[in-house]
Design a protein around this ligand. Sequence first.
Ligand code: CA
Length: 659
Amino acid sequence: MKKLIFLFLSAGIFLISFSRFQEKTWQDEQPVYNGKDLGVTYSAKVTHFKVWSPTASAVKLRLYAAGTGGEPLKTADLIKSADGTWEVSIRNNVKNLYYTFQTNIADIWQGECPDSYAKAVGVNGKRGMIVDMAETDPSDWANDKKPVLKNFNDIVLYELHIRDLSVNENSGIKNKGKFLGLTELGTKSKEGEPTGLDHIKQLGVTHIHLLPSFDFSSVDETKNNGKYNWGYDPLNYNVPEGSYATDPYDGRVRIREFKQMVKTLHSNGLRVILDVVYNHTSGIKDANFTQFAPGYFYRHNADGSYSNATACGNETASEKAMMRKFMTESVVYWAKEYHLDGFRFDLMGVHDIETMNQISDTLHKLDPTIFIYGEAWDAGASPLPAAQRALKKNMQQLNQVAAFSDDIRDAIRGARVKVKGFVSGETNATETLKFGITGSVQHPQVNYNLSRSKAPWAREPYQTISYASCHDDNCLYDRLKLANPEADEDQLIEMDKLANAIVFTSQGIPFIQAGEEFLRTKQMVSNSYNKPDSINQLEWSRKAKYKTVYNYYKDFIALRKHHPAFRMPSAVMIQKHLEFLDAKDPALVAYQLKDNANKDKWKNILVVMNGSLSAKDFQLPQGQWTLVADGQRVNEGGINKQISGSKTLAPTAIYIFHQ
Ligand code: CA
């Protein structure tokens, strides 16, 4: 996520209202609570409420019948306890009641709000809800089984927004814009093409990466008015978003439907990753963090003002003990309660390395197949030194955490809007493309003086996410159109296919944005975070219209899955088996995957890419070769056999041979 200018509250306004105590509260060392029982612990006999609010002089609990409106059914004072905590136990059965806390800090009663650890909330996340979590489990949840994953390198990622998938009138999906939309099988467009879940299964990706689906603030859940947002404005981190549920008022429904979605995806062979946005909150003043410990959870500039490395008005302080604890416990909660298979960290470069490693170690103890990756960059200056943060240049210090490769992305499509990349005939990105093809690991044939990153940043290839576009910026097709105004549609289609054929054959982990497989367009809108469905929706009629593009993507994913040479698990193996060839032309990149790389049944695989808009001749290495893929098709049985000598390459095309 970037370029997201929410600015719900300027730091200036905040400083006026909180200046009386802000100085003291965030600078002072606060006591650290190490217990695992923060939040609401429900049982039929007694329910325990515990919050961390070290500078409060009083904390009140109120219980309500509903998530909004009405007078409290009961009010209780919390008792000060160890290490900055406050707690109270209620002995009646309070199941399905809603609650708020209210703290008194520096003689000011803060607003009523749920705690950051809330597991369930009412409409718009204003009140927490006391839920017996076992009652939210879909049938047979205990037997939910994750699809098998042997190596991270076997992953193929599909980035999806819940609403985009189903909201189009031609989706054939009943639960439009809802979690349940992703559980419907047998859905078809009016052209008769499978849509939704069937479509994703047919495409062959392994993991669905959901854009923020925790409770965010920008869509009013009381109005089913089609208001759209990506959701990078976190409200309640441990709760699913209400506008994606069939009933946003009853806090149990969104939980049950989210779990139902995960279970259905698992049983259909797909793993599920959640985009998590701990780097900032939607505003400061009303954030739960602020109500309990003003200033503590955020970073500050030297003058006391809130720093803003996220470009969203604030940045959280992962290095503070209670923020680190919260982030770790939050992802563990999602992994355990919702059976999630991975996390994508928004602006991971804002978080400190130690926190990311603690999260990785903790999650991998729970399940070694959980996949963690993020944007290893920031969107502004941070007071936490760059050397301590999970930035791309520090990736070698991160354990089992991957990062998006803007290197391969920009080499493929161009570094800026209206700038050409390799697939549009640009020849100055070749070394950066080679950097990306090797999965950003050390390789003796990459000239790091000429590549965009001046040193390999991945220790192992799974640490690299290869992609050509994501939700940020223009869709791939739109971006290619902007960079190539002179190109006709046929040429743009060849560029698009070549772009993702490179992604699917490179050694990192391939990632596509949903709908790219049928030339998704957002009508040139580059930052669609709050644009209507007409811009963001997947237009299912395009699947029939661009069926050849769709088949090409599908066949390349299958080729990758059938051939382990394209997904070598270690840097050492890549160094040994991946050899670049001298293509004798700056618009060509060619390499071999030699000697049954990663036990591939093909002895030698030759990949040749022509980024130029003209046909080119290429001299094949010694011997007879079988052509299995070109710019138009994939045929693993062989398009042409017994090829040798010089081969003419069509413009804007990839060729794959083997022997
Ligand atoms: Ca919400």
